[in-house]
Design a protein around this ligand. Structure first.
Ligand code: HEC
Length: 486
């Protein structure tokens, strides 16, 4: 609660991260981690057979990957940092504290990867003698290796957020990296990336070899062997990954709360993996046996299926983590589990550095004696609900309540629901404040329903320093210096 909160009241904060991150994952998996080893393999095949058409094909596929990864790929990579630190600075702060050296290493590997990919691409047409060509191919595999290592480091952090495992008691980098979901997730993502690249490459091959039908068939046959090999491994990895999820979910929400919804999501993930794997398998099998029968559009459809699966997978990953942003340790509202008793005792307003004053629009029609209370309610909304809900946009808190309670709302009605919301809907964290704050929030929600005004974030209307937090800080300081003197 020490940062002013950015808030997007129309599409919601979650959507911003979801769009940027999913786009990044698709490009990273399909065009970098999975693609570069495939391109290097095609190039190697070209050198071995002495047929220059393979080299040309590999170069063209690399051109597409190079342009997209170094533009949209790189931008969305930086974009994830920007969005995550805007939307949940507490979570990013904690992760940096735990994974500082992992991220530092990742940065070095990433810089090497980018330099290597530039060298690999720019020297392609220049290193043509056999000795230089061999070196060039080795460069290609090195780029692939480096991009896999960056992914392997990041997956440790993603898996940690789902289930930190023994880190919860040991608090070491090692225990954080060796969390229970890490290896299964890596075992799924690695062949997924390679399969994805195979499908993209088959589509590109079908496009780039249009003028030479004989070579097109030969090339498609060869390129399709790649997904044919990796798809079964994706299936196996997906199965392993889906099988460790229930434990993480149980740890997150407790066995009693393991509701229907969670089970549904797990089944959906597994069904998605199986269905997509079947489609890919069929298309690449046909591509190998009867390349002429497979129209270009089929590869495109397969590509859409993989994109759908990856999107679904990332959604499930995000969903089963709720109500936490870091399993068991920090709720998605950015408040640590361990801070809840303190906030319950003192109220969260006493520990919130900033408050969110009512705007002109929100003020109109409000009786002066209710102003303070509504302003408190707004700050409570910002701190406790706004990371996941908007006022009237996507996942609107007003609409959610309206779906449950028609007619007029009494503050007590809303307050009772909010007190129990984490039991009814285990993907929501418990309400973090005291009873007075609960009623202030309820009042504010009733007001939001009447005015239908959007709630603007700190980026639009600014924030104010909270006098209560200043008091709290002063008394804490006084207590400390008193102890120091004794
Ligand atoms: C971790 C994110 C998160 C936080 C924080 C959160 N919610 Fe929710 N809430 C959700 C999600 C997700 C849904 C379900 C949306 C759906 O059904 O698609 C939901 C649903 C609801 C519903 C409808 C529940 C039902 O039974 O249909 C209400 C009411 C609600 N939230 C109120 C609140 C209030 C008030 C706060 C703040 C005190 C809050 N939520 C905080 C994520 C959150």
């Amino acid at each position: 609660m020490d940062f002013p909160l950015f808030h997007a009241d129309l599409i919601g904060n979650r959507a911003i991260i979801a769009v940027v991150a999913t786009l990044h994952v698709l490009i990273n998996h399909g065009l970098a981690v999975g693609m570069v080893p495939l391109v290097a393999t095609i190039e190697w095949h070209g050198q071995r057979t002495g047929d220059k058409r393979w080299d040309d094909l590999a170069y063209k596929i690399m051109l597409v990957s190079f342009i997209i990864t170094t533009t949209i790929g790189a931008l969305t990579g930086v974009g994830i940092w920007l969005c995550a630190s805007l939307i949940n600075p507490y979570a990013i702060g904690s992760l940096i504290r735990v994974f500082f050296w992992a991220w530092f290493t990742e940065w070095l590997v990433f810089i090497s990867e980018v330099s290597l990919i530039v060298v690999y691409f720019l020297t392609w047409r220049k290193w043509m003698t056999p000795a230089l060509k061999r070196r060039h191919i080795r460069f290609g595999f090195a780029v692939g290796g480096f991009s896999w290592v960056t992914m392997a480091i990041i997956v440790a952090i993603l898996a940690f957020m789902m289930d930190p495992g023994s880190w919860l008691t040991e608090r070491t980098l090692f225990s954080g990296v060796t969390n229970p979901i890490y290896l299964p997730q890596l075992a799924f993502r690695t062949p997924l990336a390679l399969s994805m690249a195979g499908i993209v490459a088959a589509f590109l091959t079908a496009c780039f070899t249009r003028r030479d039908r004989a070579f097109q068939q030969e090339a498609l046959r060869a390129v399709n062997l790649w997904p044919l090999f990796w798809v079964p491994l994706t299936l196996a990895g997906g199965w392993w990954y889906a099988s460790v999820i229930p434990e993480a979910m149980q740890a997150n929400v407790g066995t009693a709360l393991l509701t229907m919804e969670f089970e549904q999501w797990q089944t959906q993930l597994l069904e998605g993996v199986v269905a997509t794997a079947l489609i890919l398998y069929l298309i690449s099998q046909l591509g190998v046996l009867r390349p002429r029968w497979v129209p270009r559009i089929a590869y495109f459809a397969a590509l859409l299926a993989v994109i759908g699966l990856t999107g679904q997978f990332e959604r499930v990953r995000e969903f089963i983590r709720k109500p936490f942003v870091i399993g068991q340790y920090m709720y998605a509202n950015g408040i640590r589990v361990g801070d809840y008793p303190l906030l319950k005792r003192d109220g969260l307003l006493r520990h919130s550095t900033y408050v969110y004053p009512l705007t002109e629009n929100e003020l109109s029609g409000v009786l002066p004696d209710r102003l303070d209370r509504l302003a408190d309610g707004k700050t409570v909304f910002m701190v406790a609900c706004s990371r996941c809900h908007t006022s009237n946009g996507v996942n609107s808190v007003v609409a959610r309540f309206e779906a449950m309670f028609e007619g007029t709302w009494e503050p007590k009605l809303l307050a009772d629901y909010i007190t129990n919301m984490h039991d009814v809907r285990p993907y929501m964290p418990p309400f973090p404040g005291n009873d007075a704050e609960l009623l202030a929030l309820s009042d504010y929600l009733i007001q939001l329903r009447t005015t239908r005004q959007p709630v603007e974030g700190a980026q639009e209307v600014g924030v104010a320093i909270n006098p209560r937090a200043v008091d709290a800080a002063r008394s804490a300081q006084a207590l400390l210096s008193e102890r120091g003197q004794r």
